[in-house]
Design a protein around this ligand. Structure first.
Ligand SMILES: N[C@@H](CCC(=O)N[C@@H](CS)C(=O)NCC(=O)O)C(=O)O
Length: 98
């Protein structure tokens, strides 16, 4: 499946959950942009605000916070991930740090 959705995965180095989140998206055939924020404290601060979580990874689909790997896996298990990945982004979606 090729996802038209704008998928952003915020990661840090040495993060096993980040690896798992990316592996799940790879398995789904979803394309995504990885935003490595180990050395980007301003992005980490933004992430806490935007996701209400302090851990990485944080996954956003079309600007919507999905959460971390466990949230992504739960969404997939519940059968809700495909629909989100199939949605096209809004043309006027707010900009996200990349
Ligand atoms: N339930 C979360 C756990 C994520 C997690 O514990 N991530 C670690 C890195 S692999 C983390 O962010 N630890 C705290 C930190 O690095 O500040 C998920 O599935 O994404």
């Amino acid at each position: 499946m090729t996802a038209p959705a704008d998928v952003l995965v915020y990661t840090t180095t040495y993060c096993p959950y980040c690896v798992r989140a990316k592996a799940l998206l790879d398995k789904k055939g979803a394309s995504y942009t990885e935003v490595e924020c180990t050395e980007r404290p301003e992005v980490r601060d933004w992430l806490v605000e935007a996701s209400k979580q302090r851990t990485v990874p944080q996954v956003f689909i079309n600007g919507r916070s999905v959460g971390g790997f466990s949230d992504l896996a739960a969404l997939e298990k519940a059968g809700g991930l495909d629909a989100l990945l199939a949605e096209a982004p809004e043309p006027d979606a707010p900009p996200m740090p990349r």
